[in-house]
Design a binder for this molecule. Structure first.
Ligand code: FES
Length: 91
């Protein structure tokens, strides 16, 4: 079992199975599997899943369209962006 999305616990096999069921673009795959929604916002998994999709479809990675980005639903303190990984929540 190879994990491709650590935040959402999605495996390589999950991705291949979804592609073979007809989810053949990043947008529909993202909706089906819910990857890219974890704390890393897909920085780790999206490039991996794009490569898997390209391989399964026999396409070049450049032919795979990046999925749309959505901002978080709840407002975030601006300090998160300024502090980066060093951010600590007050309280
Ligand atoms: S590894 Fe997929 S959202 Fe973080």
């Amino acid at each position: 079992m190879k994990i491709v999305c650590r935040c959402e616990d999605i495996t390589y096999e999950d991705v291949v199975e979804a592609i073979r069921k007809g989810y053949t673009d990043m947008e529909s795959l993202k909706r089906k599997l819910n990857f890219g929604m974890g704390p890393c916002r897909g920085r780790i998994c999206i490039p991996l899943i794009m490569r898997i999709l390209a391989k399964e479809l026999g396409k070049k990675i450049e032919e795979i369209e990046y999925p749309s980005e959505r901002p978080p639903l709840t407002p975030l303190p601006i300090g998160i962006f300024a502090a980066g990984e060093d951010f600590e929540e007050e309280g």
